[in-house]
Write a protein that binds this ligand. Sequence first.
Ligand code: HEC
Length: 239
Amino acid sequence: MSNLPKPILFALLGTVVVALIPPVLIVRMRTTKHSLPRIHWIQDMDNQGRFRAQHANPMFADGRAMRQPVAGTVARGELRADTHYNHGVVAQAWATTFPRQTRVTPDLLARGQERFVIYCTPCHGASGYGDGLVNQRALAVMGDPTRSKGTSWVEPKSIHDSDILAQPVGQLFNTITNGVRTMGSYESRINVHDRWAIIAYIRELQKREASASADTRGVDRADRKRVGEPDNQNEARQS
Ligand code: HEC
């Protein structure tokens, strides 16, 4: 090596140093973290001019880049044309029968009971007398002026009241779907099928309680509770 002319020696050394640059860069890129995406050699149509969500677009009269669906658009599976099933309405009146999609079977009743226990018993009680834990607690608070602080409490209705017994199933469906007076809507939490299942179970509860109270005729609801008659809640849980 030492007998090589100096310019050639320097040229060789320079070449080695320059040749080391790419591998050093590659190693560095591979071992460090970057917030930018990797180098994009072939663009295809990946990067194009576009309007981002919530940005303005002067091309449209309303100046918005995001477009509204055309009026009357119905999303797939969202056409609720069957008013009986979806709204409990037949020929502009509350449906008096279950829709054809809902066959009242033991399975449906079991589902209805399960949903009723989850969503309705806290207020209406396991047997539907309106004596759920939320109501008991509210009444206890209301009875104590230092805790009630001027609020009011509307008691959940008993599903065995004569006016509720007389209601067609479609009206019960509407109550669950849209709520009623101080009771809120359960539309977002209970799907249509489960609402019908709950109603089937309510009808069952009503029938059961009607035949039970035929045995204890003359003892009204308040008396039954006062004398500590078979606890309604346990009755429903056992069945
Ligand atoms: C948070 C408490 C609460 C829950 C939970 C609740 N309700 Fe109610 N419900 C009420 C109250 C309160 C009323 C009485 C509303 C009024 O008179 O202002 C009522 C009234 C009703 C009525 C009578 C409607 C009428 O036409 O008078 C029915 C039927 C009913 N509820 C069914 C249900 C069903 C079914 C569920 C379960 C899906 C349920 N409720 C869940 C509080 C509740």
